[in-house]
Ligand binder design. Structure first.
Ligand code: NAD
Length: 319
């Protein structure tokens, strides 16, 4: 199968591309290297893929790049590219609106014009649900951040293009972690601070909990979506919830160090709890999470240990 992966240089996109070529697919990856975190990290994510004979990379911005040729002969599009992370979405709305919504519209429009329309698998987020995001796919969608609003709007746009016969499957990811996690994400920051004996900022009371999903489990479900019934939406979560203090305690055990924390007020847009009921994903596609939180955190710590001292990658990470 020939697959197009948007956001191929990012955390999830690069893992997905590696899995697809391993499975014997031909993969076209695209990414605009949005400088939200250092390009050096994304280049490292791509390094092994660039050497693979079945992988071709295009540095292209979905907001204005030419897409028709890239879609030629493509059977499935994994639309992973987006401006992720909620904090910056309050201060740079145009970037979120354009990368999450305009970019998706351009991609959908290009797919619509293909004689044989490839399946579109859209990477959405638990943020579409809002403050309390625990349950199945019937939870009301009430996002509380501009990020969540743009991701929900893009989801709706994908469904609207079903009017033109675009075959769509939506996956709502719940807090993905593991090697290559984005440096703005909580677990990356916690581990980084512990490794460098720096204080850790905890926002709010630290009781906010996440339904953590290990990257390999996320990729398994994303690939399984190739055979999902069209038009479906799935929650994708790892099945083990933990709050900030519980995560810190696990990391302290793994690293054999005590965390020094300082508390700051909760941030606008922060979800209180997220936990995915994945019964539908299991029922339709036989998927279930395999990686325990302890095992997944250990793997992320091992990866981050390897980053300490890599100055090109470190530059900008702690900013
Ligand atoms: N990481 C998580 O926990 C998580 C949770 C829920 C949903 N998601 C979704 O998963 C997807 C991937 O997230 P990630 O954590 O890998 O983020 P990431 O930032 O590492 O990867 C996204 C990539 O998309 C690229 N991109 C952004 N706008 C683009 C554009 N206009 N044209 C081309 N490329 C563009 C970026 O350069 C980046 O490399 C996103 O859609 C995000 O909303 C992630």
């Amino acid at each position: 199968m020939k697959c197009l992966v948007t956001g191929a240089a990012g955390f999830i996109g690069s893992h997905l591309c590696e899995r697809l070529v391993r499975d014997g697919h031909t993969v076209v990856g695209l990414d605009a290297f949005i400088p939200y975190y250092p390009r050096a990290i994304k280049e490292t994510n791509l390094a092994a893929l660039r050497r693979h004979k079945d992988f071709a990379f295009h540095a292209l911005d979905l907001r204005h790049g030419a897409l028709d040729e890239l879609l030629d002969g493509v059977d499935a599009v994994f639309h992973i590219a987006a401006m992720a992370g909620l904090v910056k979405s309050w201060t740079d709305f145009d970037l979120y609106a354009s990368c999450n919504l305009t970019a998706t519209q351009r991609l959908l429009d290009a797919i619509r014009k293909q004689p044989t329309k490839p399946r579109l698998i859209y990477a959405s987020t638990s943020s579409v649900y809002g403050r309390h995001s625990s349950g199945d796919e019937t939870l009301p969608t009430r996002p509380i951040s501009p990020y969540g609003v743009t991701k929900l709007a893009a989801e709706s746009l994908c469904r609207a293009y079903q009017e033109f016969g675009v075959p769509v499957v939506v996956l709502r990811y719940f807090s993905i972690y593991g090697p290559r996690q984005r440096p703005d994400m909580g677990y990356f920051k916690f581990i980084d601070a512990l490794l460098r004996a720096q204080p850790i900022t905890v926002y709010g009371d630290g009781q906010q909990s996440r339904g953590n999903t290990y990257i390999a489990d996320c990729v398994d479900a994303t690939v399984a979506a190739l055979r999902a019934p069209l038009g479906e939406t799935y929650n994708l979560g790892g099945g083990e919830s933990a709050n900030v203090w519980e995560i810190l305690a696990k990391l302290e055990r793994i690293l054999g160090r005590k965390a020094v924390t300082r508390q700051e007020p909760a941030r606008p847009g922060d979800q209180r709890s997220t936990f995915a009921d994945t019964a539908k994903l299991h029922h339709h596609l036989g998927w279930q999470a395999r990686t325990s939180l302890d095992e997944g955190l250990l793997r992320q710590v091992e990866w981050q240990r390897g980053l300490v001292g890599q100055t090109a990658i470190r530059k900008g990470v702690s900013a």
